[in-house]
Design a binder for this molecule. Structure first.
Ligand code: CMC
Length: 430
């Protein structure tokens, strides 16, 4: 009869072991009993970059990379992007269920009334150089929030945790907008409680020389959809950073700051910025075949940025929604000349053996940069536009980690490859 176990024979010793299989996984800690003798530490799993290691149980986001499925708390991303607001999705991720009208109104009220930052944050941000990257400013300022809310380190208290989560979600657009204004040499604009979450963010970015700012509803909606698409993506590099740092029981602001720095990298959230650099570098549709050749030949380790994904081995479902949003945005703003280059890259790559064989499809970042540019954002701000909505995913994952009885401080093992024990050599003998 079939059993949910794995039988292993260790050919070094001839001994056999039976390990339980639960949810399609074995516990790697169960391998430790497999030893050649009593001095042996026991068998370990070797898995650089966690290619095949589940680090947690999670009930937040489901991805089927082969089928191109993404769901938040069971709801398909396509439905949420079409029908929900960003704060409705934020509530869903944080609480686990969609809010009823009253719950949503209360949540929106609470978030709206936590958007202000301490005045000292402004002077703190004034200290950055005029050309500081907005992601560096964001990471440093979010880390600094822990000094403004020392009670945040009391992570055992559920109510205390919730208020810090709300603060994070609510203040992120304010800090992001301040970092934008700083790099533009413009005065900071305070949040306006009469505006929507996205509308207020855009006003804090764009307002110059007027008390009112009228945001185009198509563009506001486009950014809201992008925020929904970026709200969570299970155990990616930045979320794992938040969980690993958070596992030391540090306050959530410090843990989220780690997530922001992880997101900054060009292989993660920095890819949308890299896509625009790549498109500009290609310069013209005619040059696309040469560029594809360069990528395939691996010259200068060029990659087709915005293509490929560790989990999706078919079209990223977020990229599909984004392509539709891009059409709506370009109706209003006029088409970006880079769009033709992107479409041609996609067309060629999707029928080229190199990309087909490796299952490389457009990911969320391939078209998002073009939309951000059409909305008037400079490319070094794109990753910030990813970090704002991802904050709710990070805090939801952090909360889950804090409550998970199976979690402990993260501490991987290593395979030591260095020198064997040797004696210190004095300078005159080296
Ligand atoms: N262009 C050209 N070749 C690629 C690309 C690409 N964008 N991505 C992967 N490959 C090749 C890679 O060279 C390797 O080929 P080979 O087997 O011949 O050595 C094969 O495909 C597998 O690549 P990998 O690096 O082992 O795959 P990974 O799962 O470690 O990397 C990735 C995933 C996203 C880092 C990678 O696809 C990549 O660098 N893409 C470009 C950067 C990018 O768009 N990142 C955004 C990711 S989505 C947003 C997010 O979640 O943050």
């Amino acid at each position: 009869m079939a059993k949910d176990t794995l039988s292993i024979t260790d050919n070094r010793t001839g001994k056999s072991y039976e390990l339980p299989i639960k949810d399609g996984t074995i516990k790697t800690a169960d391998l430790r009993q497999i030893r050649v003798d009593e001095h042996d530490f026991g068998l370990m799993g070797y898995d650089p970059a966690f290619l095949n290691t589940a680090n947690c149980r999670s009930a937040i986001t489901f991805i089927d990379g082969d089928k191109g499925i993404l769901e938040y708390r069971g709801y398909p991303i396509e439905q949420l992007a079409e029908k929900a607001s960003y704060l409705e999705v934020a509530y869903l991720l944080l609480v686990g269920e969609l809010p009823n009208r009253k719950q949503l109104d209360d949540f929106v009220y609470t978030v709206t009334h936590h958007t202000y930052v301490h005045e000292n944050i402004k002077s703190y941000m004034d200290g950055f150089r005029f050309n500081a990257h907005p992601m560096s400013m964001l990471a440093a300022t979010v880390a600094a929030l822990s000094s403004f809310y020392p009670e945040a380190k009391n992570i055992k208290d559920a109510q205390n945790r919730r208020i810090q989560q709300i603060r994070m979600v609510a203040k992120m657009p304010t800090i992001a907008a301040f970092s934008f204004r700083h790099s533009m040499g413009l005065p900071y604009i305070y949040p306006n409680n009469d505006l929507s979450f996205v509308g207020n963010f855009l006003a804090m970015i764009k307002k110059i020389g007027t008390d009112t700012y009228k945001v185009n509803p198509v563009l506001e909606h486009a950014l809201e959809v992008l925020f929904i698409l970026h709200a969570d993506h299970e155990q990616n590099c930045s979320t794992t950073a938040v969980r690993l740092v958070g596992s030391s029981q540090v306050d959530p602001f410090s843990a989220i700051a780690a997530g922001i720095t992880a997101l900054y990298g060009p292989l993660h959230g920095g890819a949308n910025e890299a896509v625009l650099r790549m498109l500009r570098g290609i310069g013209h549709v005619n040059k696309v075949p040469d560029f594809i050749k360069e990528v395939k030949e691996g010259e200068a380790e060029t990659r087709l940025m915005g293509f490929g994904h560790r989990v999706y081995k078919s079209y990223d479902p977020r990229a599909k929604v984004i392509k539709r949003v891009a059409d709506e945005v370009f109706e209003v703003t006029g088409k970006s000349p880079l769009l033709d280059i992107a479409l041609e890259l996609e067309r060629i790559a999707l029928q080229d053996d190199y990309f087909v064989k490796r299952k490389l499809y457009p990911n969320v970042d391939f078209y998002s940069g073009l939309i951000y540019e059409a909305l008037g954002f400079p490319s070094d701000f794109f990753t910030v536009l990813f970090a704002i909505p991802r904050t709710v995913g990070w805090v939801a994952q952090w909360e889950e980690m804090v409550l998970d009885q199976e979690q402990k401080i993260a501490r991987p093992r290593q395979i030591y490859t260095g020198a064997k024990r040797r004696d210190y050599i004095p300078f005159d003998k080296r």
